[in-house]
Design a protein around this ligand. Structure first.
Ligand SMILES: [Zn+2]
Length: 371
């Protein structure tokens, strides 16, 4: 299987996030992508490749040009304003109340001039700092995603884009949740543009992919199905309920399955089957899979209880639909198992035999969640 990976992700390593009142190092660390790369590099079934350059066009096909411009300029603007912190983070957000306070006028809707205002205009949380290398890493992740999509367009049954930073929380004009540019959405749009017809997105990260849902909310040609922690308890809180099904031309083309704390292999696989049934007939042969591994029982941020064998089974069942797969890395924060769980998923998707991995007995972790 062809695996795309860029070492440029290492340029992005935020030293701080604020989550649940805790100020600490980000959970979204460079080691995440490194352990996945190492696990796949050690298995001869996988061939690692550098991505090819695609410029900004794929990102601009999904994101507001203002957001892309801000992300490109943000670090230099922050430094030029005399700031010396290693992490540029939002402290003031464009809450709807500001628009009301300004009478809903144009001034309240336009991007401010000060860096601190600009980041609050585009960002939605305190987990997603910008550092000196963030933009280059985010651009490289887009190249990784588009290169994986190109491999499938060229005939591969499945390809993996080891994207970092992840992407599924980034919407058309907002970023957050460790995500800056929406790699999966960009890959899907690239596939549509290349003549792949309708392209389905299956989001298997623990968290709801609010950004991907928003991007394709009014589109019937990119149906979106997600399994995730119920927003009544789980980040990003505001989206992911079963009643959210799309609008306009996309009415009925979004399918959310919020799941309870402690969801284990059996219940998860049953939900997966419902998602695959729903996607069947809604796409023309290619699925983009947002593959987060934060559904694992030992994940420090999430509260599902999946085990390693379930990942092989999940990959196998998704591939058994007959769809070709562009698999895009999203979240997953338990470093000791992250690489092996990805490897098992991809081996299942490739129709390779399951290999024994060290027995791991996950117990449900805490309920805190972001990413
Ligand atoms: Zn996640």
């Amino acid at each position: 299987m062809r695996v795309f990976h860029s070492p440029k992700h290492r340029l992005h390593e935020p030293a701080v996030e604020v989550f649940s009142g805790r100020t600490g190092p980000s959970w979204e660390v460079a080691a995440r992508a490194e352990v996945i790369r190492d696990a796949l590099a050690a298995d001869p079934a996988f061939v690692l490749e550098l991505p090819s350059e695609h410029g900004l066009e794929p990102a601009l096909a999904i994101h507001d040009a203002g957001l892309v411009r801000f992300l490109a300029e943000a670090w230099d603007a922050w430094r030029a304003a005399g700031e010396t912190s290693d992490a540029f983070m939002a402290d003031t957000f464009l809450h709807a109340g500001f628009r009301l306070a300004a009478g809903g006028g144009a001034a309240a809707l336009s991007e401010p001039h000060a860096p601190g205002g600009r980041i609050g205009y585009w960002c939605f949380d305190t987990a997603t700092a910008i550092t000196g290398g963030t933009w280059e890493a985010a651009r490289a992740a887009v190249d990784v995603a588009v290169s994986a999509a190109d491999a499938v367009l060229a005939g591969e049954p499945v390809a993996y884009g080891l994207c970092r930073p992840p992407g599924h929380h980034a919407g058309r004009s907002l970023f957050g949740g460790y995500c800056y540019l929406n790699n999966a959405a960009i890959a899907a749009e690239h596939l549509v543009g290349a003549g792949a017809g309708r392209v389905g997105i299956l989001d298997l990260d623990y968290h709801h992919g609010n950004g991907t849902q928003e991007v394709f909310w009014e589109r019937a040609d990119v149906p979106y199905a997600s399994l995730h922690g119920d927003p009544d308890r789980a980040y990003p809180y505001f989206t992911g309920r079963a009643g959210e099904t799309g609008a306009g031309a996309g009415a009925g083309a979004t399918f959310n399955q919020p799941l309870p704390a402690g969801t284990g292999d059996t219940a998860y696989l049953a939900a997966l089957e419902r998602a695959l049934d729903w996607l069947g007939g809604r796409h023309d042969g290619i699925l983009v899979v947002s593959l987060g591994m934060d559904t694992f029982g030992l994940d420090p941020l999430c509260d599902f209880a999946l085990t390693t064998p379930a990942y092989y089974e999940t990959g196998s069942r998704v591939a058994a639909t007959g769809a070709r797969l562009v698999v895009i890395a999203e979240g997953g924060y338990h470093l000791p198992t992250l690489g092996e769980n990805v490897r098992q998923w991809l081996r299942g998707a490739a129709g390779l035999p399951r290999v024994d991995s060290e027995a791991i007995d996950p117990a449900p972790a805490g309920s805190a969640s972001v990413g």
